[in-house]
Design a protein around this ligand. Structure first.
Ligand SMILES: Cc1cc2nc3c(=O)[nH]c(=O)nc-3n(C[C@H](O)[C@H](O)[C@H](O)COP(=O)(O)O)c2cc1C
Length: 156
């Protein structure tokens, strides 16, 4: 049996809707048909360089605040950027964003940083903007499943 691969989910979830999105990402990533993946969920303020170095892939979640990612996720990037810069190039990652009405500012602010890290987007971001929809929960579940299945299959 090949060694387990590690999926780290770092999500800022300050509301019931963002918690529902986060839980659905975890549920998708933990799908019973997917073997050999260890899923770890952390809030950005709890996550640090050892967690990123432990991971073989990441899913990042945030609210859009003031046209940017949440301060908590920005703090995570501030702390992990240089310690992880050399050794995490090429890490597969995906993104989900909950926004009151937009989401593009959060997306571009994250993409600028992960471009510097040379992480690799392996799925289109889920942008859950405007009135909350059940479809967003399904899209997040699919996102979690996609990352975990890709890691299991060795595609990423
Ligand atoms: C301080 C603050 C700033 C915000 N700025 C934005 C923003 O720039 N763009 C946007 O679409 N939503 C913005 N929002 C809305 C949040 O994205 C939204 O409250 C969050 O995603 C949680 O939504 P929910 O309660 O439906 O889960 C902001 C919310 C707060 C509290």
């Amino acid at each position: 049996m090949s060694p387990a691969r590690h999926l780290l989910i770092v999500s800022h979830a300050p509301s019931a809707n963002t918690r529902a999105l986060t839980e659905s990402v975890v549920r998708g990533a933990s799908h019973p048909d997917i073997d050999g993946i260890v899923v770890r969920l952390l809030a950005p303020l709890e996550a640090g360089p050892p967690d990123v170095l432990w991971s073989h892939g990441l899913i990042l979640g945030t609210t859009e605040n003031f046209g940017y990612m949440s301060g908590a996720l920005k703090d995570f990037f501030d702390r992990i950027y240089y310690p992880c810069l050399e050794s995490t190039q090429g890490r597969p990652y995906a993104l989900f964003i909950r926004a009151g009405n937009d989401g593009t500012g959060a997306r571009t602010s994250i993409e600028r940083i992960v471009t510097g890290l040379r992480w690799r987007a392996v799925a289109p971001p889920v942008i859950a903007a405007g009135p909350f929809q059940a479809a967003y929960v399904e899209q997040c579940e699919e996102l979690g499943m996609t990352l975990a299945a890709g890691l299991e299959a060795g595609i990423f």
